[in-house]
Design a protein around this ligand. Structure first.
Ligand SMILES: [Fe+2]
Ligand SMILES: [Fe+2]
Length: 129
């Protein structure tokens, strides 16, 4: 059960490393474009996986529901930013760090407690393929 959250946290690390590489001024334009494409694909994959899990939340604790809604909106916003040529990756990084912090410190522990192990296993099967 904890394995799924470890995978998600590992994906956060990979996402953050990619953004740091994009921010690196020494990249050629080709390299930068290829990194941006990798980041886009990784974000999409990560958000799809997280949303599979978030949809398994069956309780009605208002704070949790509001946090989930915020995460959905931020996923959408981040994907939009990836398609925007003027995106400032320093700003994107700051925004994403807060998003990840909420997930790791608030949401994942809450979902680890409240989502059934059957539901977590079903998400896990999709994530590991
Ligand atoms: Fe997320
Ligand atoms: Fe995440």
């Amino acid at each position: 059960m904890e394995q799924l959250f470890a995978i998600f946290i590992d994906e956060h690390v990979k996402i953050n490393n990619l953004i740091n590489e994009i921010i690196n001024e020494n990249n050629s334009l080709n390299r930068r474009n290829s990194l941006k494409k990798q980041l886009y694909l990784l974000l999409k994959k990560h958000f799809d996986e997280e949303e599979l899990l978030y949809k398994k939340y069956r309780f009605e604790i208002q704070n949790v529901i509001m946090t989930l809604q915020r995460m959905y909106k931020e996923h959408e916003f981040l994907i939009t930013k990836m398609n925007d040529a003027d995106t400032n990756f320093h700003e994107l990084y700051k925004f994403l760090k807060i998003h990840e912090h909420i997930e790791e410190k608030v949401l994942y522990p809450e979902l680890a407690r409240s989502v059934s192990s059957e539901d977590i296993s079903s998400v896990m099967r999709v994530v590991v393929g």
